[in-house]
Design a protein around this ligand. Sequence first.
Ligand code: ADP
Ligand code: MG
Length: 474
Amino acid sequence: MIDATSMGTTSHKGEDSNEMDQDVIAAQWNTVNDQLRGEIGEAAFQSWIKPIKIRSIENGVVHVTVPTRFMRDWVVAHYAERIATLWQSESLEIASLEVSVRSDRAPGQPREGIRRQTQPVNEASRNMSAERQGMSAALDSRFVFDNFVVGKPNEFAYAAARRIAEAESVPFNPLFLYGGVGLGKTHLMHGIAWHIRQTTPERTVLYLSAEKFMHRFVQAIRESTTMDFKDQFRSVDVLMIDDVQFIAGKESTQEEFFHTFNALVDQGRQIVISADKSPSDLVGMEERLISRLNCGLVADIHATTYELRLGILQSKAAQMRAEIPSKVMEFLAHKITSNVRELEGGLNRVVAHAQLIGREISIEATQDVLHDLLRANDRRVTIEEIQKQVANHFNIRLSDMHSARRARSVARPRQVAMYLAKQLTARSLPEIGRKFGGRDHTTVMHAVKKVDELKGLDTGFAEDIELLRRMLEG
Ligand code: ADP
Ligand code: MG
């Protein structure tokens, strides 16, 4: 056991087999803090997480203290599981969090505490041999199918994910999920993994990010253990690789992934992949890999609609047992349109604030609490969205936005997209150029001038641009 009173002053390395180095604990706690801050926002972080003090770590239980009973109950109900899960990705030894109230009592006196055991930790330590070897990433206990709100933009991806999770044989291979950031790709993948672990625990599921896949691969090469690496990856029943765009342009990792992929498909094992773009739009990915990725079922998660956002808010508020006036919920669903992660973060902050002041929150107070988030959402059009919308409109491939092709049929739409990027985002000319296949800022300048000129000459063209602008501004 480590006593937090000595944290950061002296180190008692190696006195006890259970002991972890205090600097390591402090560093892990820091990492957990950073992630939490990103997830729940600065205000909630300051209110609930900042006051937490680490007391000790004993047999996988992190003992922490907070100043009041009220805070203890709140932290236990809302953050304890998440903290344990996040901490577990830093150190597999961590199993749960125990929260108690700080007092001036004499040492050794019993503490009042509530312990919360997290589901993934139990599961993970029971049946994941791959996990123990550090192959699989921890699963988030909140990312189950039951917590996923289904609407028009994601119903197809959801149905495909459920099908994979419930199927006895392989219905399609691979399942390729794609969509913008924060729209639920990781949630669905974890949902598949949880479902399989629950219903058919004898099947081995390996979930990890493409980044982690690469690091493991590089490590295996360095340590001359590539045979073990191959064995481990090729012996699973279900392999899930998240954010595969990460290995674009990384040739040897792609090569290894390609062979792993083929070996598993040949043996009839299931593969699930996610990315931020469709297979054909993954720039820097080998043709043969792209064609493999296109072979199974490709499911697109679209940007959220107002109805879906409202549904998600209601579901999350119910989970938190928080009573938020429907006016405020509607306001949030209208205003935070970027992605579900930000929507959740906004709701968490509003709930935390309502708890602090102890009464219903108004729209005015919400505007105040979320001013930074709301401002960011006002300028929400991204260059990627513009490229997508314009490519769609002119019926060209999204990849032509980055390509070197100069044919008028692709060059003109590209110029239109550059023009709209200049008008609708705060990006500079060089930044815009970079997003269009690394073009020079003078090319963007030229495009802006050209489009302005054409608008004056051709009213049909001018109307097209106006239409695109209105669609993008939503
Ligand atoms: P991605 O991997 O696509 O970037 P995530 O799966 O990490 O996005 O989702 C971001 C956050 O939004 C997560 O907390 C997730 O639970 C939540 N989320 C996304 N879509 C939904 C949904 N349809 N219902 C409930 N929560 C969702
Ligand atoms: Mg993700």
